[in-house]
Design a protein around this ligand. Sequence first.
Ligand code: SIN
Length: 550
Amino acid sequence: MTSASVRRLAAPAPGWTTTTDVVVVGSGVAGLTTALRVRAAGLRVLVVTKAMLDEGSTRWAQGGIAAALGEGDTPEQHLEDTLVAGAGLCDEDAVRMLVTEGPGAVRRLIETGAAFDRDAEGEILLTREGGHHRRRIAHAGGDATGAEISRALVSAVRDVRDDEGVELIEHALVLDLLTDAEGRTAGLTLHVMGEGQRDGVGAVHARAVVLATGGLGQVFSATTNPAVSTGDGVALALRAGAEVADLEFVQFHPTVLWLGPDAEGQQPLISEAVRGEGAHLVDAEGVRFMVGQHELAELAPRDIVAKGITRRMHETGAEHMYLDGRHFGAEMWEERFPTILASCRSHGIDPLTELIPVAPAAHYASGGVRTDLRGHTSVSGLYACGEVACTGVHGANRLASNSLLEGLVFAERIADDIIERDRLGKLAPRHEDTTRPIEVVPLLAAESRAEIQRVMTSGVGVLRSADSMAAAVEGLAALSEPDPEKHEYPQVETWESTNLHLVASALTAAALLREETRGCHWREDAPDRDDENWRRHLTTTLVEGRLQVE
Ligand code: SIN
């Protein structure tokens, strides 16, 4: 029997309950692929999503999905590029599995209804992105790959709307995991921002929980992630006692449309595929500063390009660099990059005739909730999939367009594991242990969000040092002292701020400990990669309310 208390966000007691076999949190490629596959095997599934079904991170993905689909390309070459980008920290078995199962998973996605761009002969068109030595990125709608994948999966889910074994709850923020007396998953609590039967805080009793909540980009001031990406899955997992790993490796996308020094929240992405098709990075003098820095120049892995841009910004005192795609011409821009063209024009920039101002912004969490190759976390019955997970495929830096592929391949593996366990009678219903004392986590004020973002951007952003991170630790600690005079009322904004704070604290603790520069973790005070001491992973857990990094 586990006697320690359980940590939960301050929240009203559940006012409603429901029961299912599998609850999937998130409606991107990872969540919906898992849900459709477990349902096809006859298990009941409940999908919980924070906004609408089609509003997760997946729909914002532009470039595409990487897989060895082209003539002459092989999973082995895809593996090589992934390992190089991961800077010594990829789990080779996980990568091998990803690149080997990837092409089949993409074909199954096509069978589900996703329409990729094809040439006149009907062959899938492939582009290049940073770190890939070959054209192997399948895309859709030119630069709207995520939107097409999301459309196809959402439509497949809607096709089974009348199926009583599938339930959807939109506009719901997941709060905490429910566990039984042995610490195994028994379901979760959530808050539905709606009206009617499912309104307010409720509890879902389930035999397995799959976290597919996406990223944590909102920890920083400027990010390509949507507003819902507040690290809720990582925070829930930490409170539930799960291990998270590699959190220090946050990828900053090199080319995000620069909208001014005070731009905050989600920023428009300028896909790496624009460089893949031949756009150049230049400074204000027109110098192609990436040439000579790496054999692939502008198409080096994205940590190298983000560093190249940041370095040039420092050297020249500029607030941004430029992307030059004027030589593409109107037809290419309109057909290949319609989303980016429209987005630039809506901000008064015409890429046909003007340089596009760009700067790095937080884009992707390479780490997350640690899982094995079947998506199991360290808490029995809790799975993690997609950006929220750390499967080992990304190492210290994700290779471009490997994320949709990871979501897809691991979702299939998780669904198969759940189906197999059910068949073997190992997926038993569990009852929440109501005897263990609950330690209530006090909530932060809604306004803390902006301060967390400010502290993290200045201290733990693209460039880090012991001093900058110590200042971040101090800034975060100051926020964690709840005001005894003020009781923060549980609501979406206070829960989100509290989650962001926990994730920011865990990320900073890991980044401070790793005294080297590797992949997307760039320390000014430890500028070299140190394989002797640091070719290893940092794992973080929450023990009795304190973060422990090992
Ligand atoms: C992009 O289109 O540049 C983003 C692709 C990715 O993050 O993998």
